[in-house]
Design a protein around this ligand. Sequence first.
Ligand code: CP
Length: 303
Amino acid sequence: MPNGLLDIESLSRTEIEALLERARYFQPWQRDKDKRQDLLKGRLMVNLFYEASTRTRISFEIAAKRLGADAISITSSGSSVSKGETLLDTVNTLGAMRPDAIVMRHSASGAPHFLAKQLVEIPIINAGDGQHEHPTQALLDALTILDKRPTLEGLRVAIIGDVLHSRVARSNVHLLSKFGADVVLCGPAPLAPKELASIAAGVSVTHDMKEALRETDIIMMLRVQLERQNEVSFPQVDYYRFYGLRLEHLGLAKQGAIVMHPGPMNRGKEISTEVADSSHSVILSQVENGIAIRMAVLEKVLS
Ligand code: CP
């Protein structure tokens, strides 16, 4: 990973394991009274977000600060992007201020890869590009699963919802497949087309939520991403009835199955409040682990 972190697909198992191991070292820091060490003192990380974010943007900022680095966040609405500046001009402008890494989120799939080719001296960390990948989300999801299970190998993971438009799903599929998990993608046909099974080894697709949940170890729910759909491909009124996770579904999964959601979640749309707040849910652990993972990634990229 010489130039940053662009996706999970191009990472090796060894690289992923190294990041997870380092994140485990950082996990206890989150609950210490003194949360800061100066491993990255003097380094500058710039967050450049062209799409809304709560978890990713803030946790990258916290991660940088906990490592002693300086962190600046820019959003498209509060910058000269709103005056018509191109992505490349904005990034070249930021590059002239000599940051040590740029963390970016963009609605266009491949935007960070494009910039990484243009700006060879400044590492780019992908914080979510269109419907392509969200690598740090998959890493924090893996860390959260491994807090509860000894290995990813042989786990059955159901990813349910708007899989087609989900960068979270794509990154998770690549990571879980590399570690020998079986992934079942599930959603209405327009949002979970059968072709998605060819993304990686060990992936299957079903449109039947009960089939996806049967004997599953891990349930990952996804938000319907209306912002990435030109037309609504499944009636919203029927969505919760067919694909909303409710308490009665949990009996289909393995005993002790865990429920995940990358957030932001829409209660009563893809997940019920009872499930989201149940003892099965690790949704807030995912958020907490996001800081440890982003510390590991920043340390690797900025050191
Ligand atoms: N999971 C995730 O990417 O959340 P945000 O959009 O709030 O960053």
